[in-house]
Design a protein around this ligand. Structure first.
Ligand SMILES: C[S@@+](CC[C@H](N)C(=O)[O-])C[C@H]1O[C@@H](n2cnc3c(N)ncnc32)[C@H](O)[C@@H]1O
Length: 197
């Protein structure tokens, strides 16, 4: 049977916690796989705030949304999904104040856009700023998932910085989990998940 993949395990953690009507964040929209997943879980009454610094990524996500039956070409008008051409480091400015402390989940999938420009990657400075902001935005019982890659240039430094940051979060306020395959070759991705107590 085998253990679930890194992405499917992240989805499982999110799925177990989200309810229709929740407000959530996709911090790295990319091809929109997580955006569509989140939109399906929170439904028409919910809200998904999606961030990416590449218009190409948002366009791919819009097409994926439409293909998944979430409506026409303007995903912003569909199912409470707002796709924003902004860095995730600005998520606190972009998410309405009424939702601060109410966000049920934040998903990060770091690295580069698959099928896009591999030199445009997430970087430790903005990733750590966005992670700090995520914890402030999260409600109690809310979860942050981070998929980390160390195979590309700068990836290992970013993954190490995120793991060091997550490992020092106070135990009384956060549960921090790592899910990784220890005997795979070729620097496989791994997952860090944080639940706010
Ligand atoms: C691995 S991809 C995300 C995959 C995506 N979750 C999916 O389901 O297809 C990483 C994405 O992060 C984006 N990115 C890089 N720096 C960013 C930043 N500061 N803020 C938001 N997105 C960023 C890249 O443009 C790229 O599209």
């Amino acid at each position: 049977m085998g253990f679930g993949s890194i992405i499917s395990f992240a989805h499982k953690l999110i799925e177990e916690r989200l309810r229709p009507g929740d407000a959530v964040i996709d911090a790295t929209v990319g091809n929109g796989v997580d955006t569509v997943f989140l939109a399906g879980l929170v439904g028409m009454g919910g809200a998904v705030y999606g961030f990416d610094i590449q218009e190409e990524a948002l366009e791919k996500a819009r097409k994926r949304m439409a293909g998944a039956g979430f409506g026409g070409s303007s995903a912003e008008a569909v199912c409470g999904v707002k796709l924003l051409l902004r860095s995730h480091a600005q998520m606190e400015q972009a998410v309405p104040a009424s939702l601060h402390g109410e966000i049920a989940a934040v998903m990060f999938n770091l690295g580069y856009l698959p099928g896009g420009d591999h030199t445009v990657v997430t970087t430790p400075f903005s990733t750590l700023a966005a992670l700090e902001a995520s914890l402030r935005l999260l409600k109690k019982g809310g979860v942050v998932t981070i998929v980390l890659y160390s195979g590309h240039e700068g990836g290992r430094e970013e993954a190490d910085a995120v793991a060091a940051w997550a490992g020092q979060l106070p135990q009384h306020s956060y549960q921090v989990l790592a899910y990784r395959f220890l005997n795979q070759r070729n620097t496989p991705p791994y997952l860090i998940a944080i639940e706010k107590r």
